[in-house]
Design a protein around this ligand. Structure first.
Ligand code: ADP
Ligand code: MG
Length: 399
């Protein structure tokens, strides 16, 4: 789960990281009021969306009057901000963060990520702050400092000092840098984050070390341990298909193709998507119904997949271990009776109770296209979708 910059800054400040004074606003008037409350004469108004690259996309405005703040807000509120991280559809701006403008002397990049190869938290830092890490690693790879943290002892002060020295920070500021690194590391590990990124972390003219931007991502599977983090979720920033699925206990990933996939297990989802591509099609999503799926759950899955207007064929691919093919088949039949499914449906079942499952599908009298292997299923899905386009929907299930 991603959170907003202002939320990440609040969390990091609790862990001892310095951030500029700032306040949240839901309207242009509130933004200028917040600026007055903050005091000073230069502010930065920042669109709160779950994506980086806002600066270059018109989502960060430096303002020197309340009038300029309202102007900047008028441009941003209600718009869709398109950055290189949002995709073409962009992300809606419903909140802005008003912050004191900070005089920047030096900018750093600071990131904390899970490094799968060492199975450790890795700190990635560079004195080339302000640029995206992808650009830094392409243009200035030598500037990148990497350091992995030994989980049994956590980040040690000497290790944090080593990073600070490697970044070439002034000796008088090393202890502030260590405090920042320690704060980020503790926030990362205590809150089960999967990523903490401060870009830029700046040194100011008056020798402060301040996080000007902050991004945090959390492990969804650990959110139950952190209700105070879980409640920071902002559904307006998520793919509505994915949040609807999450609310129903299903795991859904929206994609751009037109074959809807209902599967059990992420591995099977990957294999199904690969096979669809191999057969010349493109998946519209991957929807994982998980283990032990009841007919109701399968029906819910169909409703979700059919709510995506791009879906022109549905492929159900189940390898039942804990699941039971007969239950899945019942779910498919139930769904086709209840839900408006006006596209071809291809079902491939294997594993527990497969014969019973096939019988249920055959007896239903519904025009379900059956397949025995994954390749066959993918080819039939792609074929049915292509035929469907050329035959004027004759294969569609009449309701
Ligand atoms: P993004 O990474 O989404 O573009 P940032 O928060 O990093 O957004 O802002 C973009 C740039 O705006 C920063 O690199 C920095 O130069 C400037 N900036 C952001 N916040 C402030 C601030 N409080 N004071 C001065 N400059 C800022
Ligand atoms: Mg940034």
């Amino acid at each position: 789960m991603d959170i907003h910059e202002y939320q990440a800054k609040t969390i990091l400040a609790d862990f001892g990281v310095s951030v500029p004074p700032g306040a949240l606003a839901y309207s242009p008037e509130q933004a200028s009021y917040r600026a007055r409350e903050l005091g000073g004469d230069r502010w930065v108004v920042k669109a709160q969306v779950h994506a980086g690259g806002r600066g270059k996309a018109g989502g960060v405005h430096l303002c020197d009057s309340e009038h300029a703040i309202e102007d900047a807000c008028d441009k941003m509120f209600g718009s869709k901000l398109v950055t290189h991280q949002t995709g073409a559809e962009g992300k809606g701006v419903y909140r802005v963060y008003v912050e004191a403008a900070v005089p920047i002397e030096q900018e750093f990049y600071l990131g904390f990520v899970m490094d799968r190869s060492t199975q450790r938290v890795m700190i990635v830092a560079s004195a080339e702050g302000g640029m995206e890490i992808e650009e830094i690693s392409a243009d200035k790879p030598d500037s990148i400092v990497r350091s992995t943290v030994e989980p049994a002892v956590g980040l040690q002060d000497f290790q944090a000092r080593e990073i600070a020295f490697a970044l070439g920070i002034a000796p008088g500021l090393v202890s502030k840098m260590v405090r920042t690194l320690q704060g980020c590391y503790r926030a990362f590990s205590e809150l089960d984050a999967t990523m903490v990124e401060i870009n830029p972390l700046v040194v100011t003219g008056d020798d402060r070390v301040i996080a000007l931007d902050a991004k945090m991502t959390f492990d969804d599977n650990a959110l139950f341990r952190h209700p105070q983090v879980a409640e920071l979720r902002d559904k307006s920033q998520e793919d509505p298909r994915e949040s609807r699925a999450a609310d129903r206990g299903l795991s859904y990933v929206g994609l751009d193709g037109n074959i809807g996939c209902i599967v059990n297990g992420a591995g099977l989802a990957m294999a199904t998507m690969d096979t669809i591509m191999l057969a010349g099609g493109e998946p519209a999503n991957f929807l994982d119904i998980g283990g032990g799926a009841t007919p109701e759950r399968v029906a819910k899955a169909f409703r979700l997949v059919m709510s995506d207007k791009n879906v022109q064929a549905v492929l159900v691919n189940i390898f039942a271990g804990i699941n039971r093919c007969d239950w899945v088949a019942e779910g498919v039949v139930q769904a086709l009776q209840e839900v408006q499914v006006d596209v071809p449906v291809i079902v491939r079942l294997a594993g527990t109770n497969v014969e019973e499952g096939q019988k249920i599908l055959a007896k239903s009298g519904l025009p379900i296209i059956r397949a025995n292997t994954l390749m066959e299923a993918a080819e039939r899905a792609v074929g049915a979708w292509q035929n469907d386009l050329s035959m004027g929907h004759q294969l569609r299930i009449a309701k």
